[in-house]
Write a protein that binds this ligand. Structure first.
Ligand code: ZN
Length: 470
């Protein structure tokens, strides 16, 4: 039997982290005054709603309540636990499993008295997903409460449940289990199971299961297959990074050595850490340590937010890390090459003008007719390849520059516009980011001595060169 099943709560007391709800439910069951016949349980995703619904169902029907908890021994408790009674019906409104026709079931069959239990119980999970017809049937049925039927509705999206339903139910808000409670719970399980474990390893599991007890217990179960529940095994089995790895990584970013950072990204990836999870873990870590280093962490959090939003769309997660970190690292380190560029601006311009002079045909040379504006441009400007090289030269060494090198070409330079073709998707993506486009536009304008807009287009490398050849 899996640990998740073995430790699935069977009584209110075994549900962890929901005392604000379970104490009320127990008191209500004890008093046996169930004025409210129907319940609406509101849960954050993955907190085990059917488990609690089943406990309520048992408590309502139990023949031998134990301080408000179901006894789990009487015939009623047992038949519910074993799923052997027709009086206990679980319906999943999201997947339409449980009964053939929800509307018909609620409208017609709910009114039949229970066959063996005290009360017939309907558990409708994700009730907000019911069809309109089913909703109306449900409303009609609960409008005229009967003593021998009870609805336990559960939802992860309370705002989607009609007010008319909510007002006829007793609503219970469940919450995510916090990390301390979760870790303590996992520690108890490990002790009972005789599993060797480290406290930090269980903390990591608590964090990544984000308040879902069932997931957390499942992770312990999976990792224990490798032996001890320790950080090394967690990394191996779940692709989850130990906290020391996160700390080291942030330290490297702080030190700002790109080569080391990028090597570390590859290392983390090669160790089997899921980089999507890793980004989430880093953000969680930063959240907890935010006050310790606000300026640095807010910069880094921007990079990681970007990583999380982009990582799903790229087959190579490491490059997403490198691009985002590279970009934000430039800001972290004295605002990057933009500042460097500002400082060298005048000097650059001066030297460019000087460079151009000897090769520029004398402007007094009247024998060369100027047939068009473009022609004039050609005379006073370096050719496109040279121009591009100048632009790239003014960027700081790093992956941003490397990603543009050989991956972009200047298609056309006009008075007010520079058309760039990116022959690589990453180069296109990097160039199109608003903050990058502003900066590059500025560099172009400075180099050309006039304001220009940048237009970036992607063209597949083969197409581009084929077009050029023709
Ligand atoms: Zn019982």
């Amino acid at each position: 039997m899996s640990l998740a099943n073995k430790y699935r709560p069977q009584t209110f007391d075994e549900i962890i982290g929901q005392e604000h709800v379970t104490e009320i439910l127990k008191a209500q069951m004890k008093s046996n005054k169930q004025q409210h016949h129907n319940f609406l349980l509101f849960w954050p995703r993955g907190t085990g709603k059917t488990t609690a619904a089943r406990i309520i169902a048992k408590a309502i029907n139990c023949l031998n309540l134990q301080d408000g908890n179901p006894c789990n021994k009487c015939i009623n408790c047992q038949t519910i636990n074993e799923g052997k009674t027709l009086d206990y019906i679980e319906i999943d409104a999201a997947s339409h499993t449980g009964v053939d026709n929800i509307r018909e079931e609620i409208l017609d069959k709910a009114s039949y008295p229970p066959a063996s239990l005290k009360k017939k119980i309907y558990v409708i999970d994700e009730v907000h997903m019911l069809s309109k017809g089913a909703f109306n049937a449900l409303l009609k049925t609960i409008e005229e409460p009967r003593n021998n039927v009870c609805f336990i509705l559960a939802t992860t999206e309370l705002h989607k449940v009609p007010e008319t339903i909510i007002s006829r139910c007793q609503v219970f808000n469940f919450k995510k289990v916090n990390n301390q409670e979760m870790t303590k719970h996992l520690e108890n399980i490990c002790t009972q199971e005789g599993l060797k474990h480290s406290h930090t390893a269980l903390e990591v599991i608590s964090k990544i299961s984000e308040g879902c007890v069932r997931d957390a217990v499942k992770y312990v179960d999976q990792v224990s297959v490798l032996g001890d529940v320790n950080e090394e095994h967690i990394t191996k089995f779940l692709g989850v990074a130990p906290e020391s790895m996160i700390e080291n990584f942030l330290q490297l970013i702080k030190e700002g050595d790109k080569t080391k950072i990028f090597t570390q990204i590859d290392d983390i990836h090669n160790q089997g850490v899921d980089l999507h999870n890793f980004a989430k873990q880093v953000l969680m870590y930063m959240d907890q340590h935010f006050l310790e280093d606000i300026d640095f962490l807010s910069q880094v959090s921007e990079a990681f937010t970007e990583i999380i939003s982009n990582i799903r769309y790229y087959p190579y997660p490491t490059i997403v890390y490198k691009i985002a970190i590279n970009k934000h690292l430039d800001w972290i380190k004295n605002e990057g090459w933009r500042i460097k560029n500002e400082k060298n601006k005048e000097e650059n311009l001066r030297s460019k003008v000087q460079d151009l002079k000897p090769t520029t045909p004398a402007s007094t040379d009247q024998s060369q007719p100027t047939t068009s504006e473009t022609k004039l441009e050609d005379q006073t400007q370096p050719d496109n390849d040279d121009l591009l090289q100048q632009i790239l030269d003014s960027l700081e060494e790093g992956s941003f520059k490397n990603n543009l090198q050989d991956q972009i070409v200047i298609e056309e330079v006009t008075d007010a516009k520079v058309k760039i073709i990116a022959i690589n998707k990453i180069a296109e993506m990097m160039l199109k980011k608003p903050e990058n486009i502003t900066i590059i536009q500025k560099v172009f304008s400075e180099t050309l001595g006039r304001d220009v807009m940048l237009e970036v287009k992607f063209e597949n490398k083969e197409n581009y060169f084929a077009r050029k050849l023709w």
